[in-house]
Write a protein that binds this ligand. Structure first.
Ligand code: EPZ
Length: 431
């Protein structure tokens, strides 16, 4: 199993190109199931989750081709992917595949909307919490689907097609909103989604569906209106830049000090995190090229943060921000309101000498002047990158184990950080 070795200390200086967003790419790829025509996605990140989803979609009959590198394109330029679901050959998504990536559960809505039936394994819990799917199923039921659970599988049917309705989410859910959008796009009549998630990835999916012929208004607000159409066509769409990747590197720079241009990052996608970083003492400037983050001299000021749905501070940056706060000049409190168990990084950060204790859903962090490198183990995607951030500023050597978590969501992490002066290398030797 690969590991990553980091020697902490160097400031980060240079340019980091920001990749296409994993959490936009996955639902966009799944949307290819909605049409017989070709969906072309540009700026697709090279990630393990993308490769796994291609296998899962292939199982349903989706053909794909990935365009080769064009002259002048860099190794970090996003890929172009053509997806073609001319015929759906199988409406079942088996446990072996869905259990490896939760987002693959989202194939349920397009399979049901197009084929009138789908059988998809329940995804189960994961390192960050129980993560139920009751609201996704409720959304489909509101559109007339019959849902049964048998032997760990959701069996959904709508033999005469889905019918528009009102979906009122009691809680903001990204996956629920993706599900509702894809299902309602092909339902007969009008659908209203209330208390919809407003995340940029929702807007990206809606934009792509509109290019495919869907009639959607209000994506990016709490109320989305959809007028169903009988079929959707092909489209070409560029995946939006990854706000979580951008925020992660911004925190890395705030941690080590230095000056980095996050090329292609869009400030409006992560304004709350940028505001918080400014309060910690980082200098943020935005240009046509992207977001520039600098911290030259001066310490890291402690700031209290609570995660919440967009546009508030994202749960997917919570672990990275906690890493930063371990070296703040004082006490900070980080409250996690989205997932009940997203503090697995706390005990690993402690291995660097960080002082953190948990009070229910809140981590109380007392900053220390120095961290010390250590062997640490990644537990989930964002937690593992928080360990990388700590390692970049720790004295001496850190070995991060279970790097496959990082590979799920961070493209060319070692190359991107290495190009800015970090001492980081992948060790491919067995554990
Ligand atoms: C998406 O997960 C992201 N995943 C997550 O990123 C992200 O942390 C999360 O949204 C919140 O922003 C992808 O986009 C692939 P939710 P999702 O439904 O859609 C509860 C990462 O690291 N809930 O918005 O699964 C749920 O338990 C990942 O990239 C129900 O109760 O999240 C949570 O408390 C991790 N019932 C809250 O809603 C349901 O049916 C929000 O979850 C569904 C959700």
């Amino acid at each position: 199993m690969d590991r990553i070795r980091i020697v902490g200390g160097p400031r980060l200086e240079g340019v980091i190109p920001i990749s296409g967003a994993k959490n936009a790419a996955l639902p966009l790829m799944i949307a290819s199931l909605l049409t017989r025509e070709t969906l072309t996605l540009e700026n697709l990140p090279r990630l393990a989750d993308v490769r796994l989803l291609l296998r899962i979609l292939g199982n349903h009959g989706v053909d794909h081709t990935i365009a080769g590198k064009r002259p002048g394109e860099l190794a970090t330029s996003g890929q172009t992917l053509h997806l073609h679901a001319r015929d759906i050959v199988d409406t079942t998504a088996p446990y072996e595949l869905v259990s490896r990536m939760r987002a693959s559960f989202w194939v349920l809505a397009p399979l049901l909307a197009r084929m009138g039936e789908a059988k998809v394994s329940l995804p189960g819990g994961c390192a960050i919490g129980t993560r139920p799917v009751d609201l996704l199923l409720m959304a489909l039921e509101q559109l007339g689907a019959k849902i049964d659970i048998e032997a760990g599988y959701v069996i959904a049917s709508a033999p005469k097609g889905l019918v528009g309705g009102v979906i009122d989410f009691p809680k903001v859910t990204v996956g629920g909103t993706h599900t509702a959008l894809m299902a309602a796009a092909l339902a007969r009549g009008h659908t209203t989604i209330r208390n919809a998630a407003r995340e940029p990835e929702i807007v990206d999916l809606a934009d792509c569906l509109i290019k495919m012929g869907a009639r959607i208004e209000g994506a990016g607000t709490s109320t989305i209106e959809i007028e169903g159409v009988t079929s959707l066509g092909g489209a070409r769409h560029a995946v939006l830049p990854d706000r979580i990747e951008a925020g992660t590197y911004a925190m890395a720079v705030a941690m080590t000090g230095g000056d980095v241009m996050l090329q292609g990052a869009r400030p409006e996608l992560l304004q709350s995190a940028l505001d918080v970083l400014e309060h910690t003492g980082a200098r943020i400037t935005t240009t046509n090229e992207g977001i520039r983050v600098a911290r030259n001299g001066g310490g890291i000021a402690p700031v209290d943060v609570a995660t919440a749905p967009f546009p508030a501070f994202p749960t997917d940056l919570q672990a990275q921000f906690m890493a930063l706060m371990t070296r703040a000049g004082g006490v900070s409190r980080i409250t996690e309101t989205i997932f009940e168990n997203r503090f697995m990084h706390v005990s690993e950060l402690a291995r660097f000498g960080a002082k953190i204790h948990l009070e229910h859903d809140t981590a109380v962090i007392t900053g220390v002047p120095n961290l010390k490198g250590a062997p640490v183990m990644a537990t989930d995607l964002r937690a593992s990158v928080s360990l990388v951030i700590a390692a970049l500023a720790a004295e001496g050597e850190t070995i991060v184990h279970r790097v496959y978590h990082l590979d799920r969501g961070f493209e060319q992490l070692e190359q991107k950080l290495g190009a800015c002066g970090a001492i980081v290398e992948r060790l491919s030797a067995p554990d």
